[in-house]
Design a protein around this ligand. Structure first.
Ligand code: UTP
Length: 470
């Protein structure tokens, strides 16, 4: 067995993986051989040639048009009727238990620099609730509102699954029924040096990273989550990221429009803040709806303007999707694969002498797939615009842009705007900024319309107050 693997590794120029064999004990040797046997070395040769050794520049078609989309509100009477019908259908589908929540929480959250799964990060502005708790409360409140059971699927990675499960157990599943919470893990990919050698985390283990949020489509299937959904009668998967506490997980309009149009995978979009905002661009490429990364959209297209002065390619992706369960099943049955994306990262590993290295600068290549690359595989896909302050506050960094501070500020701003839309007054400073902290628990209101029914429970808010509505 050892000799055989040694020869195979030699053929694929990965012999260094056995460099410390003589120093390993029997269980370590077994584990290392098992990890090596799981590698598809022929595929890895292709990835090294196509992605690792050269920065992959996607060949972009010349047939790129802006994508059609549903705007925030209907554009005419016919569409008004459609939106009304969609909201009704969406509510009906939620009520019938046909929609599941699905959060991807397998990322490493390196930019945030938090020790532990990102979902355990305390984010809410008054009560300091964690991201997981906010989602759990949302799901519980929606289940009550629609008198149904909304199951919750949580994708972790081999690196954070055990800790995530422990967090859920020690928080008593945030008062959800444990049997409606399905935690599973995604796959991993080996990490590479820039010359294509697989890195060793230590003398006995390969260095691996989660295979990207695109890995969710395979992991849903391989973990049995899809089977579980089938058993429950779930048809639609509401996909969101763990770092966005403003997510409106069950939006009847979005779900309804997706279902009415017989779409297989749909997306929410925001209007970009500028031509080069770092979000994916919704485009029609050779007639198919596709999301092109900001770094891949040619500058002249990014800057192109319509006659009214707005950006021609104005729709940015915010990683919110509805995915049909049957679509995920079909992809897996067809043995699909998504393209890989290369990222230069700081990857701790051991060097040729077995000495641990903690790089200060990016030193290796991670390969990941992205979930939005499945959009062009859908037979039909719709886009619904949303307002950024209503639904998108990503907590990526500890400070600065898309950080803990900006997210908390946006949580307060949305709460304030919901209260104001119900006719209440929120104290402001002379510069117009909000002069208090407000947190609205999902159990109090899931959307601004819910506030109107609770007006008598809301106290007067004075400058500097900290208000928690639950
Ligand atoms: P990000 O692109 O923000 O990556 O993930 P990240 O790993 O969390 O953070 P950085 O880049 O290391 O700072 C967007 C969403 O996709 C999930 C994340 O958990 C987050 O919800 N994700 C990402 C996965 O579930 N698996 C992955 O392999 C990558």
């Amino acid at each position: 067995m050892y000799e055989n693997i040694k020869n195979v590794l030699k053929k694929h120029r990965q012999s260094h993986l056995l460099a410390f064999w003589d120093q390993l004990d029997a269980p370590q040797r077994q584990r290392l051989l098992a990890q090596i046997r799981r590698l598809d070395l022929a595929k890895i040769d292709c990835w090294v040639a196509d992605y690792v050794k050269k920065p992959a520049s996607e060949a972009i078609s010349s047939d790129i048009l802006p994508a059609p989309f549903y705007s925030l509100g209907p554009s005419d009477n016919k569409q008004k009727r459609k939106y009304t019908e969609a909201v009704k259908l969406g509510k009906d589908l939620i009520r019938k238990g046909k929609v599941a929540a699905f959060v991807v929480a397998g990322g490493q959250g390196t930019r945030l620099g938090f020790d532990g799964p990102k979902g355990d990060f305390p984010i809410s502005p008054v009560k300091n609730k964690t991201l997981f708790q906010i989602f759990a409360e949302y799901i519980a409140a929606a289940s009550r509102k629609y008198n149904t059971v909304c199951p919750w699927y949580i994708m972790t990675s081999p690196l954070n699954r055990a800790r995530t499960e422990e967090i859920f157990r020690s928080n008593n599943y945030y008062a959800l029924d444990e049997k409606n919470v399905f935690i599973f893990q995604q796959g991993t990919m080996p990490n590479f040096s820039s010359d294509g050698r697989i890195l060793l985390a230590d003398k006995a283990n390969l260095s691996c990273s989660p295979d990207g949020h695109g890995g969710s489509l395979k992991a849903l299937y391989q973990s049995g989550a899809i089977e579980d959904m089938k058993r429950r009668g779930v048809e639609f998967i509401s996909y969101f990221q763990v770092d966005n506490p403003l997510i409106n997980i069950f939006d009847p309009l979005f779900i309804g429009l997706h279902a009415l149009d017989n779409a297989e995978m749909s997306s929410r979009a925001v209007i970009k803040t500028g031509p080069f905002e770092k979000v994916g661009n919704f485009c029609l490429v050779d007639g198919r709806l596709t999301i092109i990364e900001y770094s891949d959209l040619p500058d002249e297209l990014a800057e192109k303007r319509s006659p009214d002065g707005s950006l021609t390619f104005k729709l940015g992706s915010i990683a919110i999707h509805i995915i049909n369960r049957a679509f995920a099943e079909r992809l897996n049955a067809d043995g699909f694969s998504l393209p890989l994306h290369r990222a230069l990262k700081k990857i701790p590993h051991v060097d040729e002498r077995g000495e641990p290295l903690e790089p200060a600068e990016p030193n290796g290549v991670k390969l990941e797939s992205f979930v939005f690359d499945a959009v062009p595989l859908a037979s039909k896909s719709i886009i619904l615009e949303t307002l950024r302050p209503e639904e998108f506050a990503p907590t990526k960094n500890a400070t600065g842009v898309d950080s803990v501070g900006t997210t908390r500020k946006m949580m307060v701003a949305r709460a304030a705007s919901w209260l104001e839309s119900a006719g209440l007054t929120v104290p402001k400073k002379p510069d117009g900024s909000i002069d208090c902290l407000i947190e609205i628990a999902p159990g109090f209101a899931l959307c601004k319309e819910d506030i109107k029914e609770k007006l008598n429970q809301i106290p007067q808010i004075n400058p500097g107050d900290k208000i928690y509505l639950a």
